[in-house]
Design a protein around this ligand. Sequence first.
Ligand code: NAD
Ligand code: DAU
Length: 345
Amino acid sequence: MKILVTGGAGFIGSNFIRYMLREHPEDQVINMDALTYAGNLENLADVEHDPRYTFVKVDICHRPFVFEMVKMVDAIVHIAAETHVDRSILDASSFVRTNVAGTQTLLDAAVAAGGKRFHHVSTDEVFGALGPYDPPFNEQTPYAPRNPYSATKAASDHLVRSYFHTHKLPVTLSNCSNNYGPYMFPEKLIPLSISHLFEGQKIPVYGDGGQVRDWIFVEDHCRAIDTVLRHGRMGETYLFGGEAETTNLELIRRLLAILGKKESSIEFVKDRPGHDRRYAMDFSKAQQELGWKPLVSLDEGLRRTTDWYAAHQDWVARCKSGTYQAYYEQNYAPKIGALLEEKKV
Ligand code: NAD
Ligand code: DAU
């Protein structure tokens, strides 16, 4: 298969591309990413020269480019999005643009290209917040997003399903819980906490730290996406989780223990507005139909993650200083020059 991955320079996208190149030597991957602040081509430096991998700097809202790119592939795995809840609270504009209008552009392109296979990557946040004794979300849970990020993801999910019913587009959807692992931008809780601890700073815990998330190691999510892409039933949605419901405070305490730090590294700060109290996932449909289950325990995943961040403190430093954004100009611009010369442009 020739697969177009959107948002491949981000956290999940870069892990997914590496996973696909490793697991499917016969496939080709085109990474289409606009390189927003969350896109970091350093994440894929190790596969950059693989002949099965190509990067194109394209915004998913740019119709002419998107339509051309979609024509060239067999399937689209749509991962690109604006993803940070706190940023969506400050300004939702880019979330509406990318998550809603960008998804529509891709769907239109998939229809125009004759009905390309389309897998949409989404989140548990579309279902809203659970109380402490509520059963976990499942595929029948009504949508009830409560922050601008999740509202735009919910809108995109509805659009994808509407193209299945209206245009007969062969779509599948996956909604996953909180991912963690290598290459996660240090604005999200786990990489932010680890990097703050390395730098001797305190971890800002929103509110009372009693919010519950179901943490999944990113490689388990990549395998989930790949499995749905190959074996999912058209028009269907599959939920994925890590079987690891944990309060933020418990999670941070585990990180403190792994890194040998004290409880005094925790600082309680003002709560996030509209903060969802609990997410939890019932992934029995995926388990029964696709034989999927998470393989990496929270203990193992956190160890692998802290080890990775310890070995890549220079990567974190470049994320924080913003110098990672020069990677494209430094490494790709010279190649464009060579290409133009070769083609005598
Ligand atoms: P991320 O923020 O790390 O990466 C997003 C990527 O999308 C970046 O490379 C960015 O440059 C690219 N992008 C943004 N706007 C674009 C545009 N207009 N055109 C082209 N590219 C654009 O995100 P992530 O955490 O890897 O999440 C990826 C996807 O998985 C999202 O759809 C998100 O909703 C979903 N998801 C994330 C989690 C999680 O815990 N991180 C959990 C469930 C689902
Ligand atoms: O549930 C899946 C979602 O997980 C994805 O769809 C989102 O794209 C992804 O960003 C993530 O959203 P969260 O809001 O759950 O992740 P975040 O890492 O921002 O926060 C995790 C929890 O930690 C949440 O309860 C807020 C809290 N938090 C976060 C930060 C950044 C803190 O207490 N302090 C912090 O500094």
